[in-house]
Design a protein around this ligand. Sequence first.
Ligand code: MG
Ligand code: ZN
Length: 360
Amino acid sequence: MLLLVVIGCQRQTNTVKAEVVRDFADRPKNIVLLIGDGFALSQMSAMTYQNGNQSSLENFPVIGLHKATAFDNLITDSAAGATAFACGCKTYNAAIGVDSDTIPCHSILEQAEERGMSTGLIATSPITHATPAAFIAHEPLRTFNEEIAADFLNTDIDLFIGGGQRYFERRDDNRDLVKELKAKGYSVNSYFDTDLFHFRSIDKKAPFAFFTSDNQPVSAMQGRDYLPYAAHLSLPFLKERSDMGFFIMIEGSQIDWAGHAKDGPMMLGELQDFDATIWEVLKFAANDRETLVIVTGDHECGGVAIQPGSKFKKVELAFTTNGHTAALVPVYAYGPGAEIFRGIYDNTQLYFKMVEALGW
Ligand code: MG
Ligand code: ZN
């Protein structure tokens, strides 16, 4: 009789849920860029430990680090950070899709559109907020929410889901952008009338907009739960919308807000929500095999430390600031082209690496 005795260190079993597929296409057809706002190594650690010592990030075979600096400041804000990712352009803090001379840059989303790909943006902030805005708008200041909303009409984005309905329909210039979107053929939907969970799928015939709040969506702790489902709904829709592939940016926006508020429980709630969203994307990508998935943050926020006395599932966070810090930010890549994302590089390189992966 064979008696199996385990002595000493037991080999940790890897508790991955998404199949790690190695026979990917040679080149990605699709890119899903997931940005956790204020999501750096401390936040990623907290996410893992709070979840019982595992996270979606453990499925990513390739890890790099980016240097999250701005043109005018060692420490970037989300506007300059997202413009670096979207355009490969080093710009000043508060800049939305413009370079350091306020000249509009050509974002990866706009270029994807021009190449016939379908495109999308999802956020847990107003959709006009800095991170999504930098992929679609060109404004000298991030506070120009109404101008940013109007910039959505200058594109043919196939899908957007997020807050900020007020910037589209209660505007100083009296334009009704919801009406204008509908006139352009969009299916425009609002939290006010319906729930994203009522959609079993999204009809590929029309571009799709869903407003999740009038201004800022509530936090995950307060019951906001649409982000993982939004990812689940959107990827098959974008895939069906074009034979040329798709680009989408999905943001866990409020990790950063928890850092600014120095609110540990709020941050843990946002991290759990973002982790669930990454899982949804991985499930799609593991089946699809033509999708490059990239997860990163734009910068650290809060100077977060996991406090002594913390335990698995009982993580206690402390904050050294209510602002951003300059820590290097991990980049995780999965799927065809992932290997390009190894190493330490400037945040602007994320754009060039995505372009290289797509073979543009
Ligand atoms: Mg953001
Ligand atoms: Zn911030």
